[in-house]
Design a protein around this ligand. Structure first.
Ligand code: NAD
Length: 372
């Protein structure tokens, strides 16, 4: 089995998820290439050292360029705040490394275009961290729609709501940094836009309203000094799909009580689907031709028949978890590098997602409908 060297930049929420996923992927999907944790970088050297010891990387650094230049590193995973993605990805591409970048790919579609074109010109494989698309039940939903089980699609209703910014005492952080792009529309909106595109295809127009609910936040935890907030807390979009139907999308990080409501309802003339990441091992299917008057949603539970669930667990209903989705994503990325079919989303798809986000921001600013 061919070994491939992994370098991860960033050791926060996602850095740890990536490290876990590369380790798990090697055991759960013993494929042609096997990842080896080589180097971890963080601007905070102590955090890099801690992650190095915890996951068994060979070395650590506080200099991300040194990680990219490391001859044993073949893949660079970028898990830093959004504004660093373009510079770090372009440096990794220049060095001929394959790149996994967290979402959103960049602060805006201009950078996303440059990153995509650079990666394609260099011939490196890319992947972007839209891990929720890796749920086998989401793949099933896509197949059901494509196979016509819902009939012609009439409309889409999507939301990504969480409450981690709901308290006014939650301090300023990189997620509020306008140079990183936008607020909830970029952070959470990118996931639900990715989902909408994965299920129903391209979005061709958007009309949006962006709202800032909490206008000032403490500069740091517990501080009395306040800093102005310039990005959105809630984004409300009306979208038009190339296939002809329309839909609504909301991104909201001040949704008190909601922890992970990445959810959608899709209505077709023969049936409908509803799904929420809060119970992501279930997909609900309604058919208009319910037999003998027995109408209602049927619950489809994830099980080994929904690939690759069985690689994790042989028993249905025992459920996959968040980090399992990241493991599937990383395993698919490794397979793409090994020359197998790529399922993405790669930089090009992330660029398309970013165009919808930029379109929503422009629409809210200009108060008009924007063609993508
Ligand atoms: P985080 O704040 O928990 O971690 C960021 C890490 O990057 C920290 O360890 C920080 O010290 C380090 N860092 C900051 N600047 C750096 C630099 N210039 N060089 C090296 N290290 C640097 O953030 P997070 O929640 O892990 O988010 C990181 C990225 O992952 C963001 O793009 C975010 O949108 C994305 N994200 C994706 C998901 C998902 O489900 N796919 C979930 C959360 C976050």
């Amino acid at each position: 089995m061919k070994k491939i060297g992994i370098g991860i930049i960033g050791t926060g929420f996602m850095g740890l998820s990536h490290a876990l996923a590369y380790r798990a992927a090697a055991g759960i999907f013993p494929d042609e290439i096997s990842p080896e944790l080589i180097c971890v970088a963080d601007i905070d050297k102590a955090a890099a050292e801690k992650a190095c010891q915890r996951f068994g990387f060979r070395r650590y650094t506080d200099n991300w360029q040194a990680l990219i230049d490391d001859p044993e590193v073949d893949i660079v995973s970028i898990t830093t705040p959004n504004r660093f993605h373009p510079e770090q990805a372009l440096a990794a591409i220049k060095a001929g490394k394959h790149v996994h970048c967290e979402k959103p790919i960049a602060p805006g579609s201009k950078d996303a275009a440059i990153m995509t074109q650079a990666a394609e010109a260099k011939g490196v494989i890319t992947q972007v961290g839209f891990n929720y698309l890796k749920n086998p039940l989401i793949k099933l939903a896509r197949e059901m729609i494509a196979d016509g089980e819902l009939g012609e699609i009439i409309s889409f209703r999507g939301i990504h709501a969480e409450d981690f910014m709901a308290s006014p005492s939650t301090p300023w952080s990189w997620r509020l940094d306008p140079t990183g792009g936008a607020g909830a529309i970029a952070d959470l909106g990118s996931h639900i836009v990715a989902m909408a595109r994965f299920l129903l295809g391209p979005v061709v127009a958007v009309q949006a309203d962006l709202e800032t609910v909490i206008h000032q936040r403490p500069v740091s935890a517990g501080a009395t000094e306040l800093r102005q907030v310039a990005v959105d807390d809630i984004a409300r979009l009306t979208v038009e799909f190339a296939r002809g139907c329309k839909g609504s999308i909301e991104a909201n990080w001040v949704a008190t009580g909601r922890k992970m409501q990445l959810a959608f309802e899709i209505y077709g003339c023969r049936g409908s689907l509803h799904f929420s990441q809060e119970r992501f091992n279930e997909l609900h299917f309604y058919r208009t031709d319910g037999q003998g008057g027995h109408y209602g949603y049927q619950k489809i539970e994830a099980g080994p028949q929904h690939l690759p669930y069985g690689a994790f667990c042989p028993a249905p209903g025992h459920q996959l978890g968040f980090n399992d989705l990241k493991t599937i994503e990383i395993a698919e990325f490794l397979r793409a590098i090994a020359g197998q079919k790529v399922s993405g989303p790669d930089f090009r798809e992330a660029w398309e997602i970013q165009k919808v986000i930029d379109g929503a921001i422009a629409s809210a600013r200009e108060k008009c409908r924007v063609n993508i």
